[in-house]
Design a protein around this ligand. Structure first.
Ligand code: KG4
Ligand code: ZN
Length: 351
């Protein structure tokens, strides 16, 4: 079975073809991605209307490219998985309508995928010995920060989540305060490498709250206060910028790591999956690896190119769902997108 994955929930047009073979092994046969980052950078964040228009412009050439790269033609595709939500409504509509139209033209079924399930399962893609359920998952992206107990496909119990900003948002806002371009996560991380993390003692929000929730708004405010004290974004010395970045990264990684360890301990689990854009962060990976090693747990990450939004994770989630339950594929041409769609409201899949 070959599944075409279409991701258009935000500012990346992602396409991929994933092939499932008899022994339930999944392989990426082709991938194409167009990132709109350069376009949105001028505005300091994603402009929804521009995002939708750009997806329309890119999606068909990218589908042609991914089909060609996979060494097959469109007629060899058996099903289309597309991101149905959550995300920007207009952007989601582009991917969804292309998926439905192509499905109708080719006479093949489609399946709507939850974007976060795509992230969540991506560390399993391409693993020789697939991880077995249950496990703990940390989802840290631009819009979400959640800890989950994953009991099976579609069986996600939310153990804790952010009460305000998402981790990626905290990175992006800190980047803005330091005068770094959007998206700030990778920039803050790179700058932090040359800074002194002990210089500023930023708060570790909810570190001792005894639950598994997060809060990053106070940390962002502490960075803002510090930047102001030093004369504002324009007047920051390069060394002060690096030290703020390093101190911020130290604070946020400590909180995230501690909560992950608490989740593993409380729920007596040995495996942690880390997904979402912030999962690409090297400092977070270092901390998590070290802390998990100390308690005998193992951390699993997707390859770096699958950390941020991409089509392969959507194709993979679709392929996994269809492999377990083929009746999930629909030939219905009616569609709705779900810009808001809590992950724990997903249908469970029984084989
Ligand atoms: O998962 P993602 O691609 O998009 C969604 O939000 O769904 O995550 C994007 C977020 C952005 O906030 C970006 O700044 C952050 O992930 N990010 C990082 C790194 N790479 C991406 N944050 C910290 N360190 C990184 N290396
Ligand atoms: Zn994402």
């Amino acid at each position: 079975m070959r599944v075409l994955g279409i991701e258009t929930s935000c500012d990346e047009t992602g396409l991929a073809i994933v092939e499932v073979s008899g022994n339930n092994s999944f392989e990426i046969k082709g991938q194409a991605l167009y990132s709109q980052i350069a376009m949105h950078q001028n505005y300091g964040g994603v402009v929804p209307e521009l995002a939708s228009r750009d997806h329309i412009k890119r999606i068909i050439p990218l589908i042609n490219q991914v089909v060609k790269d996979s060494g097959a033609d469109l007629h060899s595709i058996d099903a289309i998985a597309y991101t149905q939500g959550p995300g920007l409504a207009g952007a989601l509509l582009v991917g969804t309508s292309v998926a439905k139209a192509l499905g109708m033209a080719l006479g093949i079924p489609t399946i709507g995928i939850h974007h976060l399930e795509g992230h969540l399962l991506s560390p399993l893609l391409g693993q020789k010995n697939p991880l077995e359920f249950p496990f703990i998952a940390l989802l840290v992206s631009g819009g979400h920060t959640q800890l989950m107990l994953v009991k099976g496909l579609g069986q996600y119990i939310i153990l804790g989540e952010t009460l305000d900003d998402a981790a990626g948002e905290a990175f992006d806002k800190t980047a803005k305060l330091l005068g770094l371009p959007y998206p700030g996560g990778p920039q803050v991380s790179a700058l932090a490498e040359s800074g002194q993390s002990e210089r500023f003692n930023f708060p570790r929000p909810m570190l001792h709250s005894k639950d598994l929730d997060f809060s990053f708004a106070g940390l962002k405010t502490a960075v803002l206060t510090q930047v102001k004290k030093l004369g504002g974004t324009e007047n920051l010395e390069p060394s002060a910028k690096a030290d703020i970045a390093a101190s911020f990264v130290a604070a946020i990684t400590e909180v995230i790591t501690e909560k992950c360890i608490a989740a593993l301990n409380t729920h007596e689990q040995q495996h942690l999956i880390v997904a979402g854009g912030v999962g690409a962060n090297v400092q977070l990976r270092e901390h998590l690896n070290h802390a998990c090693e100390l308690i005998g747990a193992k951390v699993h990450y997707p390859p770096l190119h699958l950390c941020t939004d991409n089509g392969a994770m959507i194709a993979f989630a679709g392929a996994m769902r269809l492999a377990q339950n083929p009746s999930l594929a629909t030939s219905s041409r009616s569609f709705d997108v779900r810009p808001r769609w809590p992950l724990d409201q997903l249908d469970e899949i029984s084989a």
